[in-house]
Design a protein around this ligand. Structure first.
Ligand code: SAH
Ligand code: SF4
Ligand code: F3S
Length: 446
């Protein structure tokens, strides 16, 4: 008798890990694995990890400590570590936690089936190469099952920017872009399976320059090609670097209706001194001018950003410059983090800011960001927006989805199903979401 083996993947970190976890599940699906709903029922557990801050990496070891105990009752259970911690720490993971059977870096996921066979035979398997073969090509085959209406699609991976604080260029390697035809093929396949919104992913997605039929193609041209796909109603992309925001991409925001009016554009700091020490190669001023141009192209665009507070040598004046930049931009949402030293990065050698001072700055910044978030949400009150319905809400009849501006919207009297794009009017703003009513007149209209 052969019963299917069960696979449980726990995903940490960024959206690219979410995408990769799906690909890994598909790769191991070919080895007879089905998805398990908990670690307890799994025959193989994979942690898809993040190395961006110390806390993220440490979480992995505490989780491994817990998972190891499952092996007592289930000696055949295999535990693997994938993602950026796997890439950064490699064999060290097995030394630190011998219960780990498999370590696989992000560029080697297509080799998982062979690695699985090896661990089943009782050996440890380690692969943190940056192989020459294209993992995307080998991870292509996928079941034609229907899926949720919003999906991720990785078009670019890796980073050549080397910001002084960041591990990504080391864990994801050099920047590569997938060829245009491959991206279009994957997008069409997603649309056939019920997807209406695709978020293009890349660590530096707007640096995309994939091979096209007549030479390299930038992100703006790729978006225009994708917009031609019938049934693909919404396109987003993340994460962008300010220096790669070219005129064509800004123009696409004005001209391509499928391109949603939301942009995540991290700046990290508002101080030119700190930006220079971060190796960001833009200034606060050049960033603000860029924002002006983007808003001129798409006045209603909602912006979000990332900030690092307490970067080495950050003075009170540097921090105040960040607060000032935030006041000027007024983000609809922003992520802010206390600087975390990452071994091997240039900033790791530098003098740290007093942690209490950094904490206090972080709190002040987060209060300001939250205030702006609320104001931007309030500005939506009374407005008509379109919501891609993604799932049922908790209350009866309630549906949940995202507006064009990426706000989470609860539709209380939903006359819509998952996968519909509903015209609604915003009637209330809660802490992290908006509430809406259906606009009846639009039902069956157009
Ligand atoms: N490629 C993206 C995202 C990188 S990681 C970009 O260029 O913006 C996501 C965010 O984590 C970064 O934008 C940064 O704000 C934060 N981050 C990265 N390294 C960090 C570190 N060492 N300490 C604290 N935050 C960090
Ligand atoms: Fe990291 Fe900078 Fe590259 Fe973003 S652009 S991934 S922050 S090195
Ligand atoms: Fe983390 Fe790696 Fe993504 S370090 S943020 S999982 S690229």
């Amino acid at each position: 008798m052969t019963t299917a083996k069960k696979l449980f993947i726990k995903t940490y970190g960024c959206q690219m890990n979410v995408y990769d976890s799906e690909r890994m599940a598909e790769a191991l699906g070919g080895q007879g694995y089905e998805t398990a709903s908990s670690a307890e029922e799994a025959d193989m557990i994979l942690l898809n990890t993040c190395h961006i801050r110390e806390k993220a990496a440490e979480k992995v070891y505490s989780e491994l400590g817990r998972l190891k105990k499952l092996k007592v009752d289930k000696p055949d259970l295999k535990i693997g570590v994938a993602g950026c911690v796997a890439q950064a720490e490699g064999a060290e993971i097995i030394r630190r936690q011998p219960a780990v059977d498999l370590v696989v870096g992000p560029q080697s996921y297509h080799r998982l089936p062979e690695m699985e066979a090896k661990v089943r035979a009782g050996e440890a398997a380690l692969d943190t190469d940056f192989p020459a073969e294209d993992k995307f090509e080998h991870l292509k085959s996928r079941p034609k099952a229907r899926r949720a209406p919003a999906a991720f699609l990785t078009v670019q991976e890796g980073c050549d920017k080397f910001c002084a604080f960041c591990v990504v260029p080391y864990t994801r390697g050099a920047e590569i872009s997938r060829p245009v035809l491959r991206v279009l093929e994957e997008a069409r396949d997603l649309v056939e399976r019920g997807v209406r919104e695709i978020t293009l992913l890349g660590q530096n997605v707007n640096a995309y320059h994939g091979a096209g039929q007549k030479g390299d193609v930038g992100l703006a041209a790729l978006i225009r090609e994708l917009a031609k796909i019938d049934g693909l109603d919404r396109i987003r992309y993340t994460t962008s670097h300010p220096n790669d925001m070219d005129d064509e991409l800004i123009a696409a925001h004005a001209e391509v209706p499928e391109l949603m009016p939301y942009l995540h554009l991290p700046v990290q700091s508002g101080s030119d001194h700190i930006l220079k020490r971060m190796n960001r190669s833009h200034t606060a001023e050049s960033y603000l001018r860029l924002i002006e141009r983007i808003r001129a192209a798409r006045p209603d665009i909602v912006l979000s950003g990332d900030f690092i507070v307490g970067f080495p040598e950050e003075s009170d004046a540097d921090f105040e410059a960040t607060m000032e930049l935030v006041r000027q931009v007024k983000y609809g949402y922003a992520y802010s983090f206390k600087y975390s030293t990452r071994p091997g990065t240039p900033a790791a050698e530098r003098q740290l800011v007093d942690p209490e001072v950094a904490d206090e700055r972080l709190q002040r910044l987060q209060r300001l960001i939250t205030q702006h978030q609320q104001e931007v949400q309030q500005s939506m009150l009374g407005r008509e927006v379109s919501v891609l319905v993604e799932r049922q809400g908790r209350a009866p009849g309630q549906m949940l989805g995202k507006s064009e501006y990426l706000h989470a919207v609860h539709i209380d009297d939903a006359m819509a199903q998952v996968g519909d794009i509903a015209r609604v009017r915003i009637v209330d703003s809660k802490t992290n979401s908006l509430t809406a009513r259906h606009i009846q007149a639009d039902k069956g209209g157009e």
